[in-house]
Write a protein that binds this ligand. Structure first.
Ligand SMILES: Cc1cc2nc3c(=O)[nH]c(=O)nc-3n(C[C@H](O)[C@H](O)[C@H](O)COP(=O)(O)OP(=O)(O)OC[C@H]3O[C@@H](n4cnc5c(N)ncnc54)[C@H](O)[C@@H]3O)c2cc1C
Length: 390
Protein backbone atom coordinates (compact mmCIF):
# COMPACT_ATOMS: atom_id res chain seq x y z
CA UNK A 1 0.00 0.00 0.00
CA UNK A 2 1.55 3.35 -0.96
CA UNK A 3 1.07 6.71 0.71
CA UNK A 4 -0.76 9.14 -1.58
CA UNK A 5 0.10 12.71 -2.61
CA UNK A 6 -1.04 15.11 -5.34
CA UNK A 7 2.51 15.56 -6.64
CA UNK A 8 5.93 13.99 -6.11
CA UNK A 9 9.01 16.04 -6.87
CA UNK A 10 12.31 14.24 -7.47
CA UNK A 11 15.21 16.37 -6.26
CA UNK A 12 15.44 19.05 -3.56
CA UNK A 13 17.68 21.40 -5.51
CA UNK A 14 16.35 24.88 -6.10
CA UNK A 15 14.25 23.89 -9.16
CA UNK A 16 12.47 21.10 -7.26
CA UNK A 17 12.16 23.04 -4.01
CA UNK A 18 10.59 26.13 -5.56
CA UNK A 19 8.21 23.93 -7.56
CA UNK A 20 7.24 22.11 -4.36
CA UNK A 21 6.75 25.39 -2.50
CA UNK A 22 4.48 26.96 -5.12
CA UNK A 23 2.48 23.73 -5.54
CA UNK A 24 1.99 23.53 -1.75
CA UNK A 25 0.79 27.11 -1.71
CA UNK A 26 -1.71 26.21 -4.45
CA UNK A 27 -3.14 23.66 -2.03
CA UNK A 28 -1.51 20.50 -3.44
CA UNK A 29 -0.30 17.75 -1.15
CA UNK A 30 3.37 17.61 -2.16
CA UNK A 31 6.16 15.11 -1.48
CA UNK A 32 9.66 16.47 -2.12
CA UNK A 33 12.14 13.58 -2.33
CA UNK A 34 15.90 14.09 -2.07
CA UNK A 35 18.61 11.45 -2.38
CA UNK A 36 21.05 13.34 -0.18
CA UNK A 37 20.54 16.59 1.70
CA UNK A 38 18.44 19.56 0.63
CA UNK A 39 20.37 21.91 -1.68
CA UNK A 40 23.64 20.05 -1.29
CA UNK A 41 24.35 19.61 -5.02
CA UNK A 42 24.47 22.31 -7.67
CA UNK A 43 22.03 24.54 -5.80
CA UNK A 44 24.32 24.77 -2.77
CA UNK A 45 27.70 24.63 -4.55
CA UNK A 46 27.18 27.46 -7.01
CA UNK A 47 28.70 30.93 -7.23
CA UNK A 48 25.53 32.65 -6.04
CA UNK A 49 25.30 34.94 -9.06
CA UNK A 50 21.87 36.36 -9.87
CA UNK A 51 23.17 37.52 -13.22
CA UNK A 52 20.78 39.13 -15.70
CA UNK A 53 23.33 40.45 -18.21
CA UNK A 54 24.21 38.18 -21.08
CA UNK A 55 21.18 35.88 -20.87
CA UNK A 56 19.72 34.58 -24.09
CA UNK A 57 16.77 36.51 -25.49
CA UNK A 58 14.27 33.73 -24.72
CA UNK A 59 15.21 33.71 -21.04
CA UNK A 60 14.58 37.37 -20.19
CA UNK A 61 10.87 37.17 -19.27
CA UNK A 62 11.54 34.17 -17.00
CA UNK A 63 14.71 35.70 -15.63
CA UNK A 64 13.09 39.05 -14.77
CA UNK A 65 10.16 37.28 -13.10
CA UNK A 66 12.70 35.32 -11.04
CA UNK A 67 14.66 38.44 -10.10
CA UNK A 68 11.51 39.95 -8.64
CA UNK A 69 11.19 36.88 -6.39
CA UNK A 70 14.83 37.19 -5.29
CA UNK A 71 14.29 40.87 -4.56
CA UNK A 72 11.33 40.01 -2.33
CA UNK A 73 12.71 36.69 -1.04
CA UNK A 74 12.43 37.57 2.65
CA UNK A 75 8.70 38.26 2.30
CA UNK A 76 8.06 35.33 -0.03
CA UNK A 77 9.96 32.80 2.09
CA UNK A 78 10.00 34.32 5.57
CA UNK A 79 13.80 34.04 5.91
CA UNK A 80 16.85 35.72 4.43
CA UNK A 81 19.08 34.33 1.65
CA UNK A 82 21.60 37.19 1.99
CA UNK A 83 20.27 38.68 -1.26
CA UNK A 84 22.39 41.68 -2.24
CA UNK A 85 21.71 43.88 -5.26
CA UNK A 86 25.40 44.58 -5.73
CA UNK A 87 25.40 45.09 -9.51
CA UNK A 88 27.50 43.26 -12.06
CA UNK A 89 30.33 44.23 -14.39
CA UNK A 90 31.42 42.47 -17.56
CA UNK A 91 34.81 43.49 -18.88
CA UNK A 92 36.54 42.41 -22.08
CA UNK A 93 40.28 42.03 -22.56
CA UNK A 94 40.23 40.78 -26.17
CA UNK A 95 38.73 42.02 -29.45
CA UNK A 96 36.42 38.99 -29.58
CA UNK A 97 35.35 39.78 -26.04
CA UNK A 98 34.64 43.41 -26.91
CA UNK A 99 32.32 42.32 -29.73
CA UNK A 100 30.54 39.84 -27.47
CA UNK A 101 30.15 42.43 -24.72
CA UNK A 102 28.49 44.89 -27.10
CA UNK A 103 26.17 42.13 -28.34
CA UNK A 104 25.25 41.15 -24.78
CA UNK A 105 24.65 44.81 -23.87
CA UNK A 106 22.28 45.22 -26.83
CA UNK A 107 20.33 42.03 -26.07
CA UNK A 108 20.22 42.83 -22.33
CA UNK A 109 18.76 46.27 -23.11
CA UNK A 110 16.26 44.69 -25.51
CA UNK A 111 15.32 42.31 -22.67
CA UNK A 112 14.48 45.28 -20.44
CA UNK A 113 17.72 45.80 -18.49
CA UNK A 114 19.45 49.06 -17.75
CA UNK A 115 23.08 48.73 -18.93
CA UNK A 116 25.93 51.26 -18.77
CA UNK A 117 28.88 50.79 -21.13
CA UNK A 118 32.30 52.17 -20.13
CA UNK A 119 35.26 52.66 -22.45
CA UNK A 120 38.71 54.27 -22.27
CA UNK A 121 39.32 56.31 -19.11
CA UNK A 122 35.85 55.53 -17.78
CA UNK A 123 36.98 51.97 -17.06
CA UNK A 124 39.75 53.16 -14.72
CA UNK A 125 37.40 55.61 -13.02
CA UNK A 126 34.78 52.96 -12.25
CA UNK A 127 37.07 49.95 -11.77
CA UNK A 128 40.40 51.32 -10.47
CA UNK A 129 41.54 47.92 -9.16
CA UNK A 130 41.27 46.26 -12.59
CA UNK A 131 44.60 45.86 -14.38
CA UNK A 132 45.12 47.81 -17.60
CA UNK A 133 44.36 45.96 -20.81
CA UNK A 134 40.58 46.00 -20.43
CA UNK A 135 39.04 47.28 -23.63
CA UNK A 136 35.47 47.86 -22.55
CA UNK A 137 33.13 47.15 -19.63
CA UNK A 138 29.38 47.08 -19.04
CA UNK A 139 27.52 47.49 -15.77
CA UNK A 140 24.07 46.23 -14.82
CA UNK A 141 22.78 47.63 -11.50
CA UNK A 142 19.92 45.11 -11.18
CA UNK A 143 22.19 42.05 -11.12
CA UNK A 144 22.64 40.64 -7.64
CA UNK A 145 23.95 37.78 -5.52
CA UNK A 146 22.54 35.51 -2.84
CA UNK A 147 24.00 32.86 -0.57
CA UNK A 148 23.42 29.45 -2.20
CA UNK A 149 24.17 27.58 1.02
CA UNK A 150 21.13 28.99 2.78
CA UNK A 151 18.66 29.66 -0.05
CA UNK A 152 17.36 26.14 -0.79
CA UNK A 153 16.95 25.02 2.86
CA UNK A 154 14.98 28.23 3.49
CA UNK A 155 12.67 27.49 0.54
CA UNK A 156 12.13 23.93 1.79
CA UNK A 157 11.32 25.11 5.32
CA UNK A 158 8.71 27.45 3.76
CA UNK A 159 7.33 24.49 1.78
CA UNK A 160 7.00 22.44 4.97
CA UNK A 161 5.20 25.33 6.67
CA UNK A 162 2.80 25.31 3.69
CA UNK A 163 2.02 21.61 4.27
CA UNK A 164 4.56 19.91 1.97
CA UNK A 165 6.40 16.77 3.10
CA UNK A 166 10.18 16.33 2.72
CA UNK A 167 11.82 12.92 2.33
CA UNK A 168 15.57 13.46 2.75
CA UNK A 169 18.31 10.80 2.28
CA UNK A 170 15.73 8.95 0.19
CA UNK A 171 16.95 8.02 -3.26
CA UNK A 172 14.28 7.12 -5.78
CA UNK A 173 15.42 4.01 -7.59
CA UNK A 174 12.08 2.71 -8.91
CA UNK A 175 9.43 4.63 -10.80
CA UNK A 176 6.33 2.79 -11.96
CA UNK A 177 3.34 4.20 -13.72
CA UNK A 178 -0.20 2.86 -13.69
CA UNK A 179 -2.95 4.39 -15.82
CA UNK A 180 -3.42 7.30 -13.45
CA UNK A 181 -0.57 7.34 -10.94
CA UNK A 182 3.19 7.22 -10.52
CA UNK A 183 4.55 5.12 -7.67
CA UNK A 184 8.13 5.77 -6.61
CA UNK A 185 10.28 4.00 -4.06
CA UNK A 186 13.87 3.32 -3.06
CA UNK A 187 16.01 1.51 -0.49
CA UNK A 188 15.05 4.00 2.23
CA UNK A 189 11.81 5.24 0.71
CA UNK A 190 8.64 3.18 1.14
CA UNK A 191 6.36 3.49 -1.92
CA UNK A 192 4.57 6.80 -2.36
CA UNK A 193 2.27 7.65 -5.25
CA UNK A 194 0.73 10.65 -7.01
CA UNK A 195 -0.86 11.54 -10.35
CA UNK A 196 1.89 14.11 -10.95
CA UNK A 197 5.64 13.48 -11.01
CA UNK A 198 8.20 16.28 -11.42
CA UNK A 199 11.67 15.39 -12.68
CA UNK A 200 13.90 17.98 -11.00
CA UNK A 201 16.89 15.67 -10.62
CA UNK A 202 19.53 18.17 -11.83
CA UNK A 203 22.55 16.57 -13.49
CA UNK A 204 20.86 13.17 -13.16
CA UNK A 205 17.52 14.10 -14.75
CA UNK A 206 18.48 12.66 -18.13
CA UNK A 207 18.12 9.07 -16.92
CA UNK A 208 14.56 9.79 -15.77
CA UNK A 209 13.47 11.51 -18.97
CA UNK A 210 15.02 8.65 -20.96
CA UNK A 211 13.01 6.14 -18.91
CA UNK A 212 9.89 7.83 -20.24
CA UNK A 213 11.06 7.81 -23.86
CA UNK A 214 12.46 11.35 -23.88
CA UNK A 215 16.25 11.11 -24.13
CA UNK A 216 18.08 14.44 -24.03
CA UNK A 217 21.77 15.27 -24.59
CA UNK A 218 22.27 16.32 -20.96
CA UNK A 219 25.87 16.85 -19.90
CA UNK A 220 26.91 16.88 -16.24
CA UNK A 221 29.74 19.24 -15.43
CA UNK A 222 30.79 22.17 -13.26
CA UNK A 223 33.15 25.16 -13.23
CA UNK A 224 35.96 25.41 -10.67
CA UNK A 225 35.23 27.71 -7.71
CA UNK A 226 37.73 29.25 -5.28
CA UNK A 227 37.45 31.17 -2.04
CA UNK A 228 40.15 33.29 -0.40
CA UNK A 229 40.85 34.15 3.20
CA UNK A 230 38.74 37.08 4.48
CA UNK A 231 40.22 40.44 3.44
CA UNK A 232 39.01 44.01 3.96
CA UNK A 233 35.69 44.49 2.16
CA UNK A 234 36.37 46.70 -0.85
CA UNK A 235 34.64 45.19 -3.90
CA UNK A 236 30.90 45.67 -4.22
CA UNK A 237 29.89 44.49 -7.73
CA UNK A 238 30.40 41.03 -9.15
CA UNK A 239 32.97 41.17 -11.94
CA UNK A 240 33.02 38.81 -14.92
CA UNK A 241 35.67 38.68 -17.65
CA UNK A 242 33.49 38.08 -20.68
CA UNK A 243 36.17 35.69 -21.96
CA UNK A 244 35.26 33.54 -18.94
CA UNK A 245 38.71 33.18 -17.40
CA UNK A 246 37.71 35.09 -14.23
CA UNK A 247 34.42 35.60 -12.42
CA UNK A 248 34.89 37.38 -9.08
CA UNK A 249 32.92 38.74 -6.17
CA UNK A 250 33.58 39.60 -2.56
CA UNK A 251 31.19 38.73 0.25
CA UNK A 252 30.73 41.37 2.95
CA UNK A 253 32.45 38.98 5.41
CA UNK A 254 35.59 39.67 3.35
CA UNK A 255 36.23 36.46 1.39
CA UNK A 256 36.65 36.74 -2.37
CA UNK A 257 34.93 33.99 -4.35
CA UNK A 258 36.09 33.43 -7.89
CA UNK A 259 35.57 30.99 -10.73
CA UNK A 260 36.69 30.50 -14.30
CA UNK A 261 35.91 28.46 -17.40
CA UNK A 262 36.30 25.98 -18.97
CA UNK A 263 34.00 23.73 -17.01
CA UNK A 264 35.04 20.19 -16.15
CA UNK A 265 32.90 17.12 -16.84
CA UNK A 266 31.59 15.30 -13.77
CA UNK A 267 33.70 12.28 -12.88
CA UNK A 268 32.57 8.75 -13.45
CA UNK A 269 30.74 8.19 -10.19
CA UNK A 270 28.46 10.97 -11.43
CA UNK A 271 28.36 12.50 -7.95
CA UNK A 272 31.37 14.85 -8.04
CA UNK A 273 33.22 17.21 -10.32
CA UNK A 274 36.89 17.42 -9.44
CA UNK A 275 38.98 20.53 -9.93
CA UNK A 276 42.14 19.40 -11.73
CA UNK A 277 45.39 20.99 -10.44
CA UNK A 278 46.06 22.87 -13.69
CA UNK A 279 42.69 24.59 -13.31
CA UNK A 280 43.59 25.68 -9.80
CA UNK A 281 46.77 27.26 -11.17
CA UNK A 282 44.93 28.81 -14.14
CA UNK A 283 42.28 30.30 -11.83
CA UNK A 284 44.94 31.79 -9.52
CA UNK A 285 46.87 33.20 -12.50
CA UNK A 286 43.75 34.76 -13.99
CA UNK A 287 42.73 36.51 -10.77
CA UNK A 288 46.29 37.80 -10.21
CA UNK A 289 46.44 39.05 -13.79
CA UNK A 290 43.13 40.91 -13.77
CA UNK A 291 43.12 42.11 -10.14
CA UNK A 292 46.82 42.47 -9.18
CA UNK A 293 45.91 43.44 -5.60
CA UNK A 294 44.78 39.83 -5.09
CA UNK A 295 48.00 38.19 -6.26
CA UNK A 296 49.00 37.26 -2.70
CA UNK A 297 45.52 36.39 -1.44
CA UNK A 298 45.46 32.97 0.14
CA UNK A 299 42.99 30.48 -1.30
CA UNK A 300 41.41 28.45 1.47
CA UNK A 301 39.10 26.16 -0.49
CA UNK A 302 38.49 24.92 -4.02
CA UNK A 303 35.36 23.09 -5.19
CA UNK A 304 32.99 22.51 -8.06
CA UNK A 305 29.57 20.86 -8.49
CA UNK A 306 27.46 18.68 -10.76
CA UNK A 307 25.19 20.77 -12.95
CA UNK A 308 23.04 19.62 -15.91
CA UNK A 309 23.75 21.43 -19.19
CA UNK A 310 21.75 21.18 -22.40
CA UNK A 311 23.49 22.04 -25.69
CA UNK A 312 21.43 25.19 -26.32
CA UNK A 313 22.12 26.24 -22.70
CA UNK A 314 18.38 26.58 -22.01
CA UNK A 315 16.59 24.58 -19.32
CA UNK A 316 13.95 21.91 -19.96
CA UNK A 317 10.83 23.04 -18.09
CA UNK A 318 7.29 21.88 -18.69
CA UNK A 319 5.12 18.89 -19.50
CA UNK A 320 6.50 15.64 -20.83
CA UNK A 321 5.59 14.94 -24.44
CA UNK A 322 5.23 11.20 -23.85
CA UNK A 323 3.64 10.74 -20.43
CA UNK A 324 0.60 12.40 -18.93
CA UNK A 325 1.28 13.73 -15.45
CA UNK A 326 5.08 13.86 -15.89
CA UNK A 327 6.79 17.28 -15.84
CA UNK A 328 10.44 18.26 -16.21
CA UNK A 329 12.49 21.02 -14.54
CA UNK A 330 16.21 20.54 -15.17
CA UNK A 331 19.14 21.70 -17.28
CA UNK A 332 19.90 25.00 -15.53
CA UNK A 333 22.99 25.11 -17.78
CA UNK A 334 25.05 27.30 -15.47
CA UNK A 335 22.33 29.92 -14.90
CA UNK A 336 19.67 27.96 -13.03
CA UNK A 337 20.18 29.51 -9.60
CA UNK A 338 18.94 32.84 -10.93
CA UNK A 339 15.86 31.55 -12.77
CA UNK A 340 14.83 28.92 -10.19
CA UNK A 341 12.02 30.88 -8.44
CA UNK A 342 10.30 31.54 -11.77
CA UNK A 343 10.88 27.97 -12.99
CA UNK A 344 9.14 26.73 -9.84
CA UNK A 345 6.23 29.15 -10.03
CA UNK A 346 5.59 28.71 -13.77
CA UNK A 347 5.71 24.93 -13.48
CA UNK A 348 3.41 24.90 -10.45
CA UNK A 349 0.89 27.09 -12.31
CA UNK A 350 1.08 24.82 -15.34
CA UNK A 351 0.53 21.70 -13.22
CA UNK A 352 -2.38 23.41 -11.49
CA UNK A 353 -3.93 24.24 -14.88
CA UNK A 354 -3.55 27.99 -14.46
CA UNK A 355 -2.28 30.53 -16.94
CA UNK A 356 1.51 30.88 -16.95
CA UNK A 357 2.65 34.54 -17.16
CA UNK A 358 5.66 33.94 -19.44
CA UNK A 359 6.16 32.04 -22.69
CA UNK A 360 7.56 28.65 -21.71
CA UNK A 361 7.64 27.25 -25.28
CA UNK A 362 11.44 27.79 -25.69
CA UNK A 363 12.04 25.50 -22.70
CA UNK A 364 9.85 22.59 -23.82
CA UNK A 365 11.57 19.20 -23.89
CA UNK A 366 9.82 18.75 -27.26
CA UNK A 367 12.66 20.72 -28.87
CA UNK A 368 14.88 17.64 -28.58
CA UNK A 369 12.71 15.65 -30.97
CA UNK A 370 14.38 17.65 -33.76
CA UNK A 371 17.94 18.91 -33.94
CA UNK A 372 18.76 21.64 -31.42
CA UNK A 373 21.33 24.27 -32.28
CA UNK A 374 24.32 24.39 -29.91
CA UNK A 375 24.74 27.61 -27.98
CA UNK A 376 27.80 29.65 -28.98
CA UNK A 377 28.81 29.29 -25.32
CA UNK A 378 29.14 25.53 -25.53
CA UNK A 379 32.50 25.28 -27.29
CA UNK A 380 33.92 28.20 -25.32
CA UNK A 381 32.90 27.17 -21.83
CA UNK A 382 33.64 23.42 -21.78
CA UNK A 383 36.76 21.28 -21.95
CA UNK A 384 35.17 18.97 -24.51
CA UNK A 385 32.28 20.48 -26.42
CA UNK A 386 30.65 17.17 -27.35
CA UNK A 387 27.55 16.43 -25.28
CA UNK A 388 26.92 12.89 -24.11
CA UNK A 389 23.56 11.36 -23.38
CA UNK A 390 22.88 10.30 -19.82
C1 LIG B 1 29.96 25.37 -9.45
C2 LIG B 1 28.67 25.93 -10.00
C3 LIG B 1 28.50 27.31 -10.08
C4 LIG B 1 27.29 27.82 -10.55
N1 LIG B 1 27.09 29.18 -10.50
C5 LIG B 1 25.87 29.69 -10.82
C6 LIG B 1 25.60 31.08 -10.67
O1 LIG B 1 26.44 31.87 -10.23
N2 LIG B 1 24.37 31.54 -11.03
C7 LIG B 1 23.38 30.71 -11.50
O2 LIG B 1 22.30 31.19 -11.83
N3 LIG B 1 23.60 29.37 -11.61
C8 LIG B 1 24.80 28.84 -11.26
N4 LIG B 1 25.01 27.49 -11.35
C9 LIG B 1 23.88 26.61 -11.76
C10 LIG B 1 22.88 26.40 -10.62
O3 LIG B 1 23.54 26.00 -9.44
C11 LIG B 1 21.78 25.36 -10.98
O4 LIG B 1 21.33 25.56 -12.30
C12 LIG B 1 20.58 25.49 -10.06
O5 LIG B 1 21.00 25.46 -8.71
C13 LIG B 1 19.45 24.48 -10.30
O6 LIG B 1 19.74 23.29 -9.76
P1 LIG B 1 18.77 22.01 -9.81
O7 LIG B 1 17.71 22.10 -8.83
O8 LIG B 1 18.37 21.79 -11.25
O9 LIG B 1 19.82 20.87 -9.50
P2 LIG B 1 20.49 20.38 -8.12
O10 LIG B 1 20.72 21.47 -7.16
O11 LIG B 1 21.68 19.55 -8.52
O12 LIG B 1 19.36 19.48 -7.53
C14 LIG B 1 18.99 18.23 -8.06
C15 LIG B 1 18.78 17.30 -6.88
O13 LIG B 1 18.20 16.07 -7.33
C16 LIG B 1 18.66 15.06 -6.46
N5 LIG B 1 18.44 13.77 -7.09
C17 LIG B 1 18.96 13.32 -8.26
N6 LIG B 1 18.53 12.08 -8.53
C18 LIG B 1 17.70 11.73 -7.52
C19 LIG B 1 16.96 10.55 -7.21
N7 LIG B 1 16.96 9.50 -8.03
N8 LIG B 1 16.24 10.51 -6.06
C20 LIG B 1 16.20 11.58 -5.22
N9 LIG B 1 16.90 12.73 -5.46
C21 LIG B 1 17.64 12.80 -6.59
C22 LIG B 1 20.13 15.41 -6.25
O14 LIG B 1 20.67 14.79 -5.10
C23 LIG B 1 20.07 16.94 -6.16
O15 LIG B 1 20.03 17.39 -4.83
C24 LIG B 1 26.24 26.94 -10.96
C25 LIG B 1 26.44 25.56 -10.91
C26 LIG B 1 27.65 25.06 -10.43
C27 LIG B 1 27.82 23.57 -10.37
Amino acid sequence: MSRGFDAIIIGAGLFGSFTALFLSRLGKRVALVERGLVGAQSSGANFGGLRLQGRSREQYPLSLMAQHHWETFDTLIGETCEYDRNGMVYFAHSEGGRERLLKYAASSRAGGLEIEVWQGEEIGLHLPWLSGGSLIASYSPRCAVANPRIATPAVVRAMIRSGGVLFERSEITDINRSQTHFTVSGPSLPPISAPVLVNAAGGWAGAISAQFGEPVPLMSAGPPQFVTEPLPYVLRPSVYAIEGDMILRQVPRGNFIFAGYPRTHANQDGRHTFVPPHKILNGMRAVAKHVPALRNAEIIRVWSGVEGYLPDMLPAVGASQTTTGLFHAFGGSGGGFQIAPAVGECLALQIHGQEVPVDMAPFSIARFTSSVEDSEKLAREFDQPSATST
